[in-house]
Structure formats: C-alpha cells, structure tokens
Write a protein that binds this ligand. Sequence first.
Ligand SMILES: [Cu+2]
Length: 500
Amino acid sequence: MRNIIGLLTLSLHFGCQGTVRAAHDEAETPTSYTALEVAGGAMGDPVGSPIHAVLTSPPEVPPAVDRTTPAKVVVELEVVEKVMPISEGVDYTFWTFGGTVPGSFIRIRQGDTVEFHLQNHPDNKMPHNIDLHAVTGPGGGAASSFTAPGNQSQFSFQALNPGLFVYHCATAPVGMHIANGMYGLILVEPPEGLAPVDREYYVMQGDWYTVGKYREKGLQPFDMQKGIEENATYVLFNGSEGALVGDNALQAKVGEHIRLFVGNGGPNLVSSFHLIGEIFDKVHFEGGSLVQEQVQTTLIPAGGAAIVEFTVEAPGTYVLVDHSIFRAFNKGAVGMLKVEGPDAKGVYSGKEVDAVYLADKAAPAAPIAEASQATAAGTLSLAQQVDAGKALFQGTCSTCHQPDGKGLGDVFPPLAESDFLMADVERSIGVVLNGLSGPIEVNGRRFDSVMPPMSQLNDDEVAHILTYVRNSFGNKGDAVSPEQVARVRATTERPQGAAH
Ligand SMILES: [Cu+2]
C-alpha cells in the first residue's frame, strides 16, 4: 500500500499540480490508479474554437501550451521527399515530415482532440502515412492516414496520455520509410504543463544505410540489405553530420537550465545518449512520467524518447554523443552545445575545447566544404587542399604528431622537416592507409613504435591531409591527389582488422 502510493507520487513528477494532483490526493487504494488515469486522460470536450498547432523544425521546440482547458488542435503536416546533404559532399534522398529530419515538432496538451491532416506533396514518388505513438487506437493513425502523392487525408484522436512520443511513417516497407528519415516527436503536456526552463531543444537520433561507405562522396542510395543486417553506415543526430556542429551547434549561457527533447527514430539502433561533460539532473526516461535523477547516460530505444534536463555551470563546448562510441567517432553521432559566459573555475579549471572529443568537428567545416565543391567542379587548388587538410589534421593526426608537427619525445616522430615523409609520396600515403611499425629513421633519429592504420579516412581526406603536412611545418612538396590515394589503396594491403 505504502509502496504504491510512493509510486504514484513519483509518477506524478511529470507535472506536479492541478487536476492530476487533485485526483492523487484523493487516492486511497491501489484501484484508484485507474480512476486517476481516467481523470487525467479524457478530460472533457474541447473548449473554444479550434487552434492551429505551431509546428517547428529541429532543433527548435514550439512554445509551451499555456492552456487550462482541452482544445481542438488542427495539425497540418506535409510529407516532402527531397535531396539534402547527409555529410560533407554526400547527398541523400530524404523522406520527411515537414521537410526536415526529424519531422516537425508537435506540442499539445493532455485531453486535446487533434484533427490531423497529412498531406503528401504532388512531386513525391511514394505513398506515406503516420503512426503517432501518442494515439490510443489500432495502428496509431496509420490505417486512416495512408496517402498517395498529391493527396491529403484526415483523422482525429484524443490525446489521453501525457508524455513525449515518437511518430513515424508505417507504410511498407516500413523499415525503409523510417530509414529515410520519416520520424519526429509529439509532446503531450500534462494539464499543468512542464516546469519552466531557460531553453528547450529538439534532437533526434537515427541510423542510416547507404550503398557507399561512410563519407563516400556523391548522391548515395539507400541500402536495403545493410538495413536488414542493422549494419549502419551513419548514426546521426537530426539527419546530418553537420546538423548540430559548428555554426549549427545548440547555444546556451552559463547558469541556464536546459531541457532537451530527445527521440530515437531508429530504425534499428538503441541509443546510449550522453552529453560529455554534463550530468543530467533529471531524465524522464522513455518519455514517460517517472523521473530518474543524476544520470550520466540514458538509453533511448528505437521508437522511443526521453526528456533530459540539466543546468550548464561552466562555459565551453559540450558534445552530445551516442556513447556506443564507434557511432560517435566513425559514423557521425556527434552534436555540440556551446555555452557562453564567465569562467567557473571552481567548477572546472581545464582547457576550453577538447580536440580529443571534437575530432574533425572542432575545426571549421568551411574549408572542407570548399575543397569538396572544388573537387566536384574540377578546380581544386593546392591552397584549398592545404586549408582542408589542416582542419582534418587537427582531429586525426595532431594527437600524436602534435599540432605543430614536431612530434613527441621518442615515441611520435616529427612530420616537421621530416626526410622520411618527403622522400616518397607513395610511401607516405601507404603509412596513413596501412599504418607503420618497426624501426625507422627520421632526420637521423631512430623510432621504433606503432602507428595504427587510418584507412577509415576517405581518399579525399588522406589527399588533403598529406598535401597539408607536405606543405607545412617547413616542408615543401607537391599536392597529393585523391587518385594517387585511390591507387595506393587498391595496390597495397590493409593490415588485418583495418577499415576497408
Ligand atoms: Cu513513408
């Protein structure tokens, strides 16, 4: 008995006053849990004239509902199939709810009656529908919303349960529609709303399956077989490697209380959601009413969500990752939260940006973008390669060879004025692709250590990096072309276990 009341109290953490609390105060026996659900669920007929829902594109979130009565809310959502970048120089044909991945954020109040209009743009090639996990009823709206291109369909539902819910397309082949980006979040606020915070953001993870390798250039088709095997090429926040980094990073100020609405569209992978350098004060895990406190990493199932809240105490760049960590460093699951404000030395004394964690995202993406556009146009210059290579070097090579290329002690040989590096271009490409071990001599000094293969870098990246190091730190050499790299890749053997 005591335990059950305790559980009820916890479950009401989602919202602490108003109708729900009143019902709880009267709760005497376990059976009143059902009464409570009914009282907090279907809360009467809509009051007033219909309201048009404010929808937002990620990472923005619509304003809080701010109503004390249920309403009829009209939602109009258009499905758009469109080509957008998924990574630098890599395009993908996304299928979207509202033109973005994830789809438009929908925010309503428990007890609202939603009149849902799903529109399928006439230029689209596929039929689509929508299954909202906030719907109580078979299929979650899927059957009544099946819509051919150039058509629109309509259905209504009452939002009986509060929480943060995923919506997604459920048209066959369902996995393919979700894999192409057809998911988003709908927040059903409890009657008394959520506690006010300084900022709210919308982040959603998804896994992606392309025919080409990670960062292989050009328009990349969906790979059904990789999808079936759950062998993701990309794992991303908000549908693109660039969605939440650099100029697109989430913003905040020291001392602010932040709420993230985090979803996972899947289709396959469960997220180990983590914010490097922060502890979540509160997590509404699985998007539900229970709150867990002081959480480092929260699990977000495919087709599930979580609300995480924290206060940022120290300025700097915080990195959002899927802590299933290869996804962060090798498949793109990285986002950034930039916090501005006065130093909080008592809280944290370290250096500001940690290149170890930001990898190549720490560098401005512009030179890399410029180089890949020039490559496509056939106008790539040595200077452009040097700029792009510098950005890539910082995230990839500088941890060992140091930002100034001078190496470190007897372990990491210098690239600065290195006779070994400059003697043989093809050999230096081979060192990057295949690694190097055993004794070598650099500028008359002996090294006997191990460099791991870096073959996860694509041909453009290796070419830019080597062009940079061969034209920096006192070195002077020719440009290294992606074709040269491709040739060395094709004619040398990777060590066992290296990436392609
Ligand atoms: Cu669809």
